[in-house]
Each structure stands twice: as C-alpha cells, then as structure tokens.
Design a protein around this ligand. Structure first.
Ligand SMILES: [Zn+2]
Length: 376
C-alpha cells in the first residue's frame, strides 16, 4: 500500500532531509531515496545534542501545525461519528453563506443614517425540547419582535407551540432539557397551539402585513441558535400544509447585523465574539415584565420573548450615540435604564405595571402585535 509507507514527518525525517542534501553535496548517491539515508542517519541523529534535536522537533511541530485539518481528516471522525472534514466544510460553508447574505443586505442601505435608524428589523428566538435524529427540533415557544432604532420595539409576536410526538427513546432527554432550561412541559404549555397553519399565517402577517412587500424580510437569530431557528421555521412552514404558497422566511445572523450597524455608522467593527457578548448580556434579565407570563412567574430566563427583547435593548444601547435617535420608555430599554437617559421620566415609564391580561397569551391572534407592551 503506497500510502502506508509514507514517511512520518517527525524530527528524524527533517534531520534525514537535511543530512541527505549534505551527503549529496559530498557526491553520495541514494538510488532508494530517503530509505537509503536511514542507516546512516539513525546513529548520527541519536548522537545529536538536545539543542540540535530541538531544532528538528520544532520543524516537525511547524509542519504538523500547517497540515492540521488536512488529508488525515478526510476519514477522521469526531466522538459522535461525524467526519471532521465534513464538519469543517459545513462551518466554512456556513461562514461564507452568512457573509454573502449580510453583505447583500447592507449593500442596499443608503449612507443616510436616519434611513437606517428608521429601517425595521425582525428578531426571532425559539425554545425547543431537543434535536431529533432527523435533525429537526421540537419547538415549544416562539417569539418575534419588530424593531427600528428610531421607534424601538414596535410589535411582538409570542406563541407557545405543541411540540408534536416525541421520538421513542428521547423522552428523558426532552424532560431534562425542559427542566434545565425553559421548563415548558414536554407535552407543551397548556396554551400551546398545534395549529401550525395559524402560526404560519400569523408570522407572515407579522413580517409582511397584507403581503404588501414583494419579498419577506429576513429574521435575525444568534449564530448559536441559527440552525434551530431555521429548522423550526421550516417545520412550521411544512406543517402549515400551505405547500409552495407558504412564504419562505430567510434567517440571518444577528451578530453580523450588529457589526454591520456599527460599521455603517463609521465605527470600528468589533469581533463577532464581542457582538455576541453585548447581545446576550444579562443586564436586564431580572427586570420585571420583560418575559412572557409563564416565564415571569417561574423567574426563568429561557424565554423567547425575553431573548428577542434583550436584542432590542442591546442594539438600542450600543447604537444610540451613532444613529441619533431618542431613547423612549418601554420601547428601547427597560424603564430603570431609561431613567438614566432622561432627566425626568414621564408617566409612561411605569410600564412594568401595564402587564398583559393573562388571556393575551391564549391564542395566536391575540398574541400577535400587542403582547405585554400593548404598543401599536
Ligand atoms: Zn416565555
């Protein structure tokens, strides 16, 4: 097997390479190639002092570093049996796709910052029980928010979803996931809907009221959640039974949007890691009235409504100095934070008191638009 005899490129290999060149210069010939050098090189290599050996060891290390993740990975598997090279390809493809998406999205923006400040963006989060062997997620909660820097949060959509039947053998995993995170029962929240047609229609109407736009705007999710969100959007679309009539809703990466907004305002673009830190800050997590009623009562942070609102708070806070908009109570930041921006706080600032009536979470039509904040 020719591949089997390939030299292992360790310190000794690099020593032999160097020695062979020296010996050739002295007129020696090696018809068998490097194999002929082995008997001469071996005793000499053993006699090298540590410093000399270290030089060749460093050459081997450098080589390994350069080659890491290359030919050997074509068959190397990770601990769950996936080919590492495929995973790496997936990651590269993902990066390329996301980069293209955000570039073509931002390319359409004019330089005028007030135009960008008025532009509506949509943020999404879903909570799920687990990932099935078919790579689907079993969703239990979904939330969307419409946001512009000028207006802040314009409207929210929130809905509990029936997750469907749990694949055999996955019940325990689903229960553990629920207990450790969102605490929504594996059968779904009592107010959860299995009417995915209604959910699809609500989401379409939320993003594109009356179908006025020729294209549905993208929804933004954190990279870490991207696959889950895309899977759930696909599942809702499929279960709506609308077929090709169901809108295709693109999912874009939120941290890329955050960076693009700063970049567009002439600010130094931060790393994605920094953007994620800002977007996932827990600063406002314990303010009352930001979560849905269910998660508010449980004081649980794994609430989709909390997450989409967090994104609005983070973007408002990070962009206010560059996009020249006014921080409005209940729209841009929780009231306590708003007080820091305003010398006097008007009566609207006690928004925490205007929590929704409990029946506002009981149907998707009621959940649409005015959840919690009762904003237009
Ligand atoms: Zn919730």
């Amino acid at each position: 097997m020719p591949g089997k005899n390939k030299q292992q490129k360790n310190a000794f290999y690099f020593y032999m390479q160097e020695l062979m060149q020296d010996l050739k210069r002295e007129g020696r010939v090696f018809p068998g190639g490097l194999a002929d050098v082995v008997p001469i090189a071996h005793p000499r290599f053993k006699a090298l002092d540590d410093k000399e050996k270290e030089r060749f060891e460093n050459m081997a290390k450098e080589f390994k570093k350069r080659m890491r993740g290359q030919p050997g990975d074509a068959i190397r598997q990770d601990n769950v049996g996936n080919i590492i090279a495929h995973r790496r390809d997936d990651v590269m493809e993902y990066e390329k796709d996301r980069e293209k998406e955000i570039k073509s999205f931002v390319r359409k923006w004019p330089q005028d910052l007030s135009w960008v400040a008025e532009k509506k963006f949509y943020f999404i989060d879903v909570q799920a029980l687990c990932k099935t062997p078919d790579d689907d997620y079993l969703p239990v909660e979904i939330a969307l928010v419409e946001f512009s820097m000028k207006e802040g949060m314009i409207k929210c959509y929130h809905q509990f979803l029936k997750p469907g039947s749990i694949p055999s053998g996955m019940r325990y995993e689903c229960m553990s996931k629920s207990e450790e995170t969102h605490q929504i029962p594996v059968e779904g929240h009592p107010d959860a809907t299995s009417n995915y047609l209604s959910v699809q229609n609500s989401i379409e109407n939320f993003l594109n009221p009356g179908g006025a736009l020729s294209q549905y705007p993208p929804v933004f999710a954190l990279r870490e959640e991207w696959r889950k969100v895309e899977s759930v959007i696909g599942l809702i679309r499929q279960n709506s039974c609308l077929g090709p009539r169901a809108a295709h809703i693109p999912v874009y990466e939120l941290e890329s949007l955050f960076i693009a907004l700063l970049d567009h305002a002439g600010q130094a673009a931060p790393s994605k890691q920094y953007a994620v830190e800002i977007l996932t800050s827990t600063t406002h997590d314990f303010q009352p009235g930001i979560k849905c009623n269910f998660h508010e009562e449980l004081e649980c942070q794994h609430c989709s409504l909390l997450w989409v609102r967090k994104f609005c708070f983070a973007i408002s806070d990070a962009m206010v100095d560059y996009y020249n908009f006014e921080i409005k109570p209940r729209r841009h930041l929780p009231s306590r934070k708003v007080q820091q921006f305003q010398a006097s706080v008007d009566s609207e600032a006690n928004w925490v008191m205007s929590k929704p009536k409990s029946n506002q979470e009981t149907s998707s039509s009621k959940c649409l638009m005015n959840v919690l904040f009762e904003v237009k």
